[in-house]
Ligand binder design. Structure first.
Ligand SMILES: C[S@@+](CC[C@H](N)C(=O)[O-])C[C@H]1O[C@@H](n2cnc3c(N)ncnc32)[C@H](O)[C@@H]1O
Length: 358
């Protein structure tokens, strides 16, 4: 069946034009199904990138939590999380949305995909805050929330055991997420994207023009299936570019010091490495701040090659000389390493205390 492109266009304009006014926009289950297999699926690709990174970092939410998908829409985010960590990791799924249609759609889909899972619909977020610890999933809601609703969401976040939050990679939304990180980093350990618990290095005056975003790689079908090429053409969406921002937080066990779980010495590339003739420039987020660094091909051909990967591995341990990168290693991402490479984390002092997921 051909997708209703006029409806998709209307939905897209609704997201872009006046996202925080006008109330509920889900009109029919068919509309949610159409969103789910198009815009929702594209959001799912961003979730895949985030969940792949969390797996590479050997991080998982604590077992036995309730999984809450807040502003669930068609429920794509919750289902991606269930698929990645295993439904058995969670005691049940609660889907919340201001739209009753969305709640029902997300609940029905989750039940169909994960038949043994207990799924509940929560019309009111107050109902979510039960005695049980919960993992909170939030996806693509920030630019729809007026200030009072954002504040209510942050109040809910403060009660979560773990938060996995994915948003578009625009400057505006990403900066809001950084503000939220700053508010919460005295309560939660910052798991990702940051490698450290300190103040965000993008908040310094000389980094005003940058923002924390990353790029996911769409699956092969985005380029091979006729449906996706028509989708891209009709809606004017470049499927090759999949920018996202995200934040993963974890409440430390009582009595434990607050610290990012990433071992010291690791940096993260923000945006994309930019290649010039014979050198790369990268915006490197490090515990000491966010700094633009250069890598010359002649200094490390191997690292230069790694930098060309699309997307590049998220974490690097640099060796610096005169503030320039001269060599280094990357944190391996299982499934993305060239054949022959080990998929074990590198044996550096820093990597020796990579936390075990168990
Ligand atoms: C762009 S959709 C994203 C849906 C889904 N999270 C995803 O990533 O595909 C935003 C969702 O947030 C919901 N929403 C907006 N404001 C809300 C609010 N104040 N409370 C609960 N849900 C809200 C909308 O109904 C919609 O389902």
């Amino acid at each position: 069946m051909r997708p209703d492109f006029a409806l998709l266009d209307r939905l897209r304009n609704r997201f872009l034009d006046a996202p925080s006014v006008g109330g509920d926009y889900w009109e029919t289950p068919e509309m949610l199904a159409l969103y789910n297999s198009t815009f929702g699926e594209r959001i799912g690709w961003k979730w895949d990138a985030v969940l792949e990174e969390l797996a590479a970092r050997r991080w998982a939410p604590p077992p036995g939590t309730v999984l809450v998908d807040w502003g669930c829409g068609s429920g794509i985010a919750g289902r991606r999380v269930l698929r990645a960590f295993g439904a058995e990791q969670f005691t049940r799924l609660i889907v919340h949305d201001r739209s009753a249609l969305a709640r029902r759609f997300a609940a029905e889909r989750a039940t169909a995909v994960f038949p043994g899972l207990v799924v509940e619909q929560a019309p009111d977020w107050g109902e979510i805050v039960a005695a049980e610890p919960f993992t909170l999933v939030i996806s693509h809601v920030l630019n729809e929330l007026p200030p009072a609703e954002s504040a209510a969401l942050i109040a809910l976040v403060r009660r979560a055991a773990t938060v996995i939050w994915v948003e578009p990679g625009t400057g505006e939304v990403s900066r809001t997420l950084v503000t939220i990180r700053e508010e919460l980093r005295s309560t939660f350990a910052v798991v990702a994207p940051c490698t450290h618990q300190g103040a965000c290095g993008l908040l310094t005056p000389d980094n005003q023009r940058h923002w924390c975003h990353h790029f996911a790689r769409p699956p092969i079908e985005a380029f091979t299936e006729a449906f996706w090429s028509e989708f891209a053409l009709r809606l004017g969406i470049d499927l090759r570019s999949l920018p996202y921002s995200f934040l993963v937080l974890e409440r430390p066990p009582a009595g434990t010091a607050l610290a990012a779980p990433t071992p010291e010495g690791w940096s993260r590339i923000l945006g994309e490495p930019r290649e010039f003739k014979g050198y790369f420039k990268v915006l490197s987020c490090e515990a000491v701040g966010v700094t633009e660094r250069m890598l010359q091909k002649r200094d490390s051909k191997a690292l230069f090659k790694t930098m060309r990967r699309v997307p590049p591995p998220p974490l690097f341990a640099w060796q610096l000389r005169d503030e320039k990168i001269v060599s280094g290693e990357h944190w391996p991402v299982p499934g993305r390493e060239p054949t022959g490479n080990t998929e074990e984390p590198p044996q550096t002092d820093a990597a020796a205390d990579i936390p075990d997921a168990t």
